[in-house]
Design a protein. Sequence first.
Length: 146
Amino acid sequence: MKKLNESSSMPGSTNVAREGCRLSPRCLEKLAAYLDEGPAAHGWVEDQVWTAARVATLIGRKFHVSYSVSGATRLMHRLGFSPQIPVRRVAERDEQAVTVWKEATWAEVKEPGRPAEATSASRTKPGSRGGRPEDGPGAGAAAPRS
C-alpha cells in the first residue's frame, strides 16, 4: 500500500469527497488506520500488499458494507492510498532441476534451426536464380503493344 499524498487531509475532514461513499467519516478514519496496520494484521500473511479485492473484503468484514473492487479502488484513492498488484512468483523453484532439464530434455526436444544455405524468405516458393525465366508469366510485359 502506498500513500499517495502524505500531506493530504484526514479522511473525516471536509476535503475528502464522500460522494457515493457508504461509510461515515468515522468509519473512513478507522479504515485508514486498518490500512496503515498492514494486511498481515488482518489475516493476509503471504505478502504485505493491499489489493483492491482485499480492501473490499476488509470493508465487508469490519463495517458490514459491500464494496466492489472498483469501488474499493476509488475509496482508497480518496483516502490517499493506491492499491497494489501482487507479483506472481513461484514459491519454490529448484534451480538445479531446471538446469538439468534444460541440458538434457530440452536439447532432445528442441528442433534444429534452418540450414545456412536456405535464402528464400518464402516458405512455399524457392528463391529465384537471377531473374524471371524467359518463358514464364509476364515475360512479354515489357514489350510495347502495337
